[in-house]
Design a protein around this ligand. Structure first.
Ligand SMILES: Nc1ncnc2c1ncn2[C@@H]1O[C@H](COP(=O)(O)OP(=O)(O)O)[C@@H](O)[C@H]1O
Ligand SMILES: C[C@@](O)(CCOP(=O)(O)OP(=O)(O)O)CC(=O)O
Length: 391
């Protein structure tokens, strides 16, 4: 009998700095929420790797060839680079790291259960990050690799970058450390090049200029409320539109980045100093900045429903904004303690917005994340970290 390892990782929302954080070194604030994806790894039977995800109606058996996973059944090939892409890339990255150290892979069975979807539809809390972080923890745990949270975060970002160097990784940081996080992204294109040129271990150990991750105190005297528009949005389509458009190459982008840095920094300072009024002001400024960018770039971030979500929350005394890429998904409101959450919930319901009953989990208390630590620079050396064949 082999050991079974289970890890869970939470979803997240952006508080400020979305889009700007795509630029290496630009800051954002993200927050983890208490809806999780759980990944369990055990010994596979009948195939080298078997994936059982609740996004598919059947298990997918895979085989390995030179560090890459392939579907055994031709009909499953689309899933390997589609629905299962994040899981598959995570396993490949970890096994390639082990291969660089002369360690052979084991038969693996991955079982994935998500609370980040409702009736097969994502609710906009970052399921790709949660599944990648949970799978990184479960697979490295199964292989007996004792890695720091930063090493696991870096592995998760490399798994993500192999699929698409676009995403900033802020969601992976929130999912890894939980609580409120200040994040600046590394250059993901450079990481991708480094993976090709130098392999996994050297890339993990190298400095990642631009990357910074810091835990923040939660806001004082303000409640975070989450409103769901009910319509899923495609982050990758919105980001692709923005980066392909004229605005991306205009001077307006540089102004946007400077203003975003200013307001995210103000929000970070307000959190650190426990100044609710300053935080509300910064969140409102971040909303208006995004609205201007949206109009200038003709992006489609602020849908009618997201505007209603924000305006209704403001009328109830909160500061509100869309969270993340927009175009649907969720918005957030920071509601001063002396205002009624039930009044906001009622007004949101009248405006067609569902209040999601979410809380921010306390950092470090969730099984699977041993430390409440976020740092800069290089992680604990993942290569010399103790590794066994199987626990
Ligand atoms: N339950 C799950 N099982 C396997 N993979 C998942 C699961 N949930 C999410 N994923 C991965 O995350 C991807 C969704 O990412 P994305 O479209 O960016 O949504 P989100 O905004 O929720 O992150 C899926 O295509 C899949 O690769
Ligand atoms: C535009 C962004 O800065 C924020 C997107 O945030 P979302 O929360 O919309 O993303 P998903 O996790 O895919 O739901 C892109 C990024 O940071 O990668």
């Amino acid at each position: 009998m082999s050991a079974t390892v289970t890890r869970r990782a939470p979803g997240k929302l952006f508080v400020a700095g979305e889009y700007a954080v795509l630029e290496p070194g630009q800051p954002a604030i993200v927050v983890a929420l208490d809806r999780y994806i759980t990944v369990t790894v055990s010994a596979a039977d009948g195939a080298e790797v078997v994936v059982d995800s609740d996004l598919l109606d059947h298990e997918v058996p895979l085989h390995r060839s030179e560090g890459t996973l392939y579907a055994l059944a031709p009909a499953d090939a689309e899933h390997v680079r589609g629905t299962l892409a994040h899981l598959v890339s995570t396993v490949e990255v970890i096994e390639q790291l082990r291969a660089e150290q002369g360690l052979t892979p084991e038969p693996l069975r991955l079982t994935v259960r998500s609370r980040l979807h409702e009736q097969g539809s994502k609710i906009g809390l970052g399921s790709s990050a949660a599944v990648t972080v949970a799978a990184t923890g479960a697979v490295t745990g199964y292989y007996g690799m004792r890695l720091s949270p930063e090493a696991r975060f870096r592995l998760a970002l490399l798994a993500s970058v192999r699929i698409d160097a676009g995403p900033s990784g802020a969601d992976l940081a929130a999912s890894t450390w939980q609580g409120w996080i200040a994040y600046r992204s590394p250059d993901r294109d450079a990481l991708r090049r480094s993976l090709h040129l130098r392999g996994i271990a050297k890339t993990l150990r190298a400095p990642w200029p631009g990357l910074s991750i810091r835990t923040l105190p939660p806001p004082r005297d303000l409640a975070l409320r989450v409103g769901w528009t009910g319509s899923p949005a495609s982050t990758s389509a919105l980001v692709a539109n923005l980066t392909a458009g004229e605005w991306w190459r205009s001077s307006a982008r540089a102004d946007f980045l400077a203003d975003s840095e200013r307001w995210v920094t103000a929000a970070v300072r307000a959190l650190e100093r426990g100044e609710p009024e300053a935080l509300l002001h910064a969140v409102r400024a971040a909303r208006h900045l995004l609205a201007r960018m949206d109009a200038d770039a003709a992006l489609g971030m602020f849908t009618e429903r997201l505007i209603r979500l924000c305006d209704t929350a403001e009328a109830c005394g909160a500061a509100a904004k869309p969270s993340g890429a927009g175009g649907g998904d969720c918005g957030i409101a920071l509601l001063p303690a002396h205002h009624s959450p039930s009044a906001l919930q009622t007004r949101w319901a009248e405006a067609g917005i569902t209040t999601l009953p979410l809380q921010v989990p306390h950092p470090g208390t969730t099984p699977g994340f041993e430390e409440h630590h976020a740092g800069h620079g290089t992680p604990a050396d993942p290569v010399s970290a103790s590794q066994r064949g199987r626990p």
